[in-house]
Design a protein around this ligand. Structure first.
Ligand code: 13P
Length: 250
């Protein structure tokens, strides 16, 4: 069965609640495509206003992070129950900005994935190499490790419903997109890693996104690659361009 494409915006640390509501209104007529799962992953403070603003549309609510504990003395953190309660369906976990600026490890990401699954929230696990790693020729080893550790203890049935985003760090926010071939090569290797951990059914079911300067111009070609099942979009998700990406097949 063909995998349904999933196009998710990662708003990062952008959009006040007032701006968020306005952006939802702007995008509303532009993001209607029944062939695609559409997700807005938004800052925690925007979750409630965005959940209201997307009522009655095809857009799903997503968060950008989550803590792996249920509740308690973890000042500043957000629990999976809190996300589930406001209607969050997806959560970005292990984004390279979280790993790089906030010291998140693959072990942390693994705990978060397990917890999100417990609460019925679909994890979008990010992985990706730095420019230095690419130049050293260790991209595949590094990403396989991120995937294997991230998915420790996740069952095959659970893994089937999850999403992995391949985001080469050197392509994020730089305007320097991976070539279609580079993106496909790594997304294919991720699928092979999933087949190795589980089986070919699981590898065929899991959805793998590409992220890193995906935009209205380059999305069509990237999304035509056999192992690229969607996009995780940063900068272009804050503009009407996002609608062009969602409608890449029109
Ligand atoms: P850009 O689309 O701005 O390069 O960001 C990609 C990204 O990090 C999405 O998570």
């Amino acid at each position: 069965m063909a995998r349904k494409k999933i196009i998710a915006g990662n708003w990062k640390m952008n959009m006040t609640p007032t701006e968020a509501k306005a952006l939802c209104e702007t995008l509303k007529p532009l993001v209607d495509n029944p062939d695609v799962d559409v997700v807005y992953c938004v800052p925690a403070i925007d979750l409630v206003p965005v959940s209201e603003a997307i009522q009655g549309t095809n857009v799903n609510l997503g968060a950008e992070n989550m803590y792996f504990e249920e509740k308690g003395a973890f000042t500043g953190e957000i629990s999976p129950a809190m996300l589930a309660d406001v209607g969050v369906k997806y959560v970005v976990l292990g984004h390279s900005e979280r790993r790089g600026y906030f010291g998140e490890t693959s072990e942390d990401v693994n705990k978060k994935i397990l917890k999100a699954l417990e609460y019925g929230i679909v994890p979008i696990m990010c992985c990706g190499e730095s420019l230095e790693q690419r130049e050293q020729g260790v991209t595949m080893d590094f990403i396989r490790q991120q995937v294997k550790v991230g998915y420790m203890g996740v069952t095959a049935d659970q893994a089937k419903g999850t999403v992995i985003a391949y985001e080469p760090i050197w392509a994020i926010g730089t305007g320097r997109t991976a070539s279609n071939e580079q993106a496909e090569e790594v997304c294919k290797a991720i699928r092979e890693t999933i087949a190795e951990i589980y089986d070919s059914d699981t590898a065929e079911a899991i959805r793998i996104q590409y992220g890193g300067s995906m935009n209205a111009k380059n999305c069509k070609e990237l999304l035509a690659m056999p192992d690229i099942d969607g996009g995780l979009i940063g900068g272009a998700s804050l503009k009407p361009d996002f609608g062009v990406i969602v409608n890449y097949n029109k």
